[in-house]
Design a protein around this ligand. Structure first.
Ligand SMILES: [Zn+2]
Length: 302
């Protein structure tokens, strides 16, 4: 006993890492996520890569304490994916399949929630018991950790902060979810690029907008300021509901660094309910590894 595998199941590739119980990574693996045939090969591929990881480290299957999996979709009861359009899955009992294949306990979670757990275990929010992570990538995801546990919600939608209907403008902007005022449509990488395009008529990537803002270009600064404003307000709403110790900002857009989080912190401090002021907004530390760390923590339990 004492070994766990963390799995980060992504739309094109699945990453795995074998951990000892102290959280040390012993070996890593990766398999292609085969989404053909309704995604029916995905779990068998994971199972065989887990066996191969153990073999490479000379560890018997009986010594595997558990397996944790982060999946790109809503999860019920830590076991079942409700649906996963990217993988071709309808409702899928991931935990039962892997438990049967590998003979150990399996826990699963939504990937953004699992990343938040990873940061809380070994990353930026380590040492805290309550934190909220917001992930700024092509979309906006999030994860809420309270008393060291993921808040997954009744319908598996806990932590979906990207769909806060936060934009005050009457015009709105269509989000992938079908609504029109979501944070994601304005604060994701695509959202920032779209804001710059509508302000200037020019196509720049999110990264180029940040680079221009850092060098003082007025229109880019205004676009970034508006994004930070929305994020600061969103985090202030979350603080009123949850009062976490810290916030963590991750995802590809967070490569913009302190320039990004300082602006969010400024607006957060402006809007947050004064008696609970004080939460710091930190940059994520684990990058793309947050998923396997969080999944391993799920498998380890308390
Ligand atoms: Zn939305």
């Amino acid at each position: 006993m004492g070994f766990v595998v963390g799995v980060d199941l992504g739309g094109t590739a699945t990453k795995l890492a074998l951990f000892d119980k102290t959280g040390k990574v012993l070996n890593i693996g990766q398999v292609e996520t085969r989404t053909a045939d309704g995604g029916e090969h995905i779990l068998a591929d994971i199972s065989s890569e887990v066996r191969s990881l153990l073999t490479r480290e000379g560890i018997a299957l009986q010594q595997l304490q558990g397996i944790g999996v982060g999946v790109p979709g809503p999860v019920m009861d830590g076991r079942t994916v409700i649906r996963c359009i990217n993988l071709g899955w309808g409702q899928t009992d991931v935990a039962s399949f892997l438990e049967q294949e590998l003979g150990c306990e399996c826990r699963i979670g939504n990937d953004a929630n699992v990343a938040a757990l990873g940061e809380a275990w070994k990353g930026a929010s380590r040492g805290t018991h309550s934190s909220v992570m917001i992930t700024l990538g092509t979309g906006v995801g999030g994860g809420v950790i309270i008393n060291d546990k993921i808040i997954a919600g009744f319908r598996g939608g806990g932590g979906e902060v990207g769909h806060f209907p936060i934009h005050p403008g009457a015009e709105g902007r269509l989000c992938g979810c079908g609504n029109a005022h979501c944070l994601e449509a304005f604060a994701s990488a695509n959202g920032v690029a779209a804001s710059y395009l509508s302000a200037t008529g020019q196509h720049l990537s999110c990264r180029e907008v940040f680079d221009a803002a850092k060098s003082g270009e007025g229109k880019a600064l205004a676009v970034v300021d508006e994004m930070q404003h929305l994020l600061g307000r969103a985090l202030a709403y979350l603080a009123s509901a949850l009062d976490p110790e810290v916030f963590v900002v991750g995802g590809g857009v967070s490569k913009a660094g302190h320039f990004l989080v300082e602006g969010i912190q400024k607006y957060y401090d402006k809007y947050v309910f004064p008696p609970i002021k004080g939460a710091k907004i930190l940059l994520a530390e684990l990058g793309n590894e947050a998923g396997v760390y969080g999944a391993a923590k799920l498998a380890l339990g308390d």
